[in-house]
Design a protein around this ligand. Structure first.
Ligand code: ADE
Length: 246
């Protein structure tokens, strides 16, 4: 997969050189390029923003530097590849979740446009449809100062789903949100720590019972912490023993 990130703060994306994503880049599993929006300006001050039409607080990102930057990354698209997906992080976008991470992990090229200030001139978003499939995406119902932190989160969530990035692909199957429920609690040695015991079932060696207990814990946790997820979950497709925990 190829990923291009355009930002006025390219240094913000430095953590993508670390850990699993950094290793995936080194191993050639992920071709990730960070671009400084200011290199696509033509004036002496490298201006990327201006006052909003209609008035109001803050500044708006100018259209032309964005068009130049996006044309440049679109031209870098791998030969024969489909239209790249342009992700515009924004609190006004569709919600990012694990299903969207899986969907985006199947694309050949993703481009992230990190807005700052009050956002990017809306005409860029309309114009970009010519070159990209455009998706404004929100990390959650709160406001960040810009798209960079959202990109760090999304690239990590998407990148770890690429083949070969996570050493043991089984760990992707049992984690939170992979099946619509939160993950079960986990424990490691010692079996008693500060008078707290690991649930006895986990020491029993009975793998059937352990699997059942874990499933029950998934329900319990999801009902307690995220009842909205449980509502969306199709309990009817699960074995009766699991459903009794509901
Ligand atoms: N930019 C500012 N706030 C954001 C959010 N909640 N999600 C994604 N991008 C953002």
């Amino acid at each position: 997969m190829r990923i291009d990130v355009v930002s006025i703060f390219p240094e913000y994306l430095a953590p993508l050189e670390l850990s699993l994503i950094g290793k995936a880049r080194q191993d050639g599993l992920l071709n990730l390029n960070v671009h400084d929006l200011r290199t696509f300006t033509t004036d002496r001050h490298r201006t990327v923003d201006d006052t909003p039409y209609g008035g109001g607080a803050g500044m708006v990102m100018k259209a032309e530097p964005w068009a130049q930057a996006l044309e440049s990354v679109a031209a870098a698209r791998p030969a024969g590849a489909a239209k790249p997906v342009l992700i515009v992080p924004s609190p006004a976008g569709e919600r990012f979740n694990q299903a969207l991470a899986y969907e985006l992990a199947g694309e050949e090229q993703l481009v992230f446009a990190c807005g700052r200030y009050e956002g990017i001139d809306e005409r860029v978003i309309e114009w970009a449809e010519e070159h990209f499939t455009v998706r404004p995406v929100s990390l959650g119902d709160y406001v960040l100062n810009g798209g960079e932190v959202a990109v760090l989160a999304m690239v990590e969530a998407i990148g770890r789903l690429l083949p070969g990035v996570v050493g043991n692909p089984e760990s992707l199957v049992e984690e939170s949100h992979s099946d619509g429920l939160l993950e079960y609690p986990v424990y490691t040695k010692p079996s008693v720590w500060r008078d707290r015991e690991v649930p006895a079932i986990l020491l029993s060696g009975n793998h059937g019972k352990i699997a059942q207990w874990r499933r029950h814990e998934q329900y319990r946790r999801t009902a307690e912490r995220r009842p909205d997820l449980l509502e969306a979950f199709d309990a009817g497709t699960l074995p009766r023993a699991d459903r009794t925990a509901l």
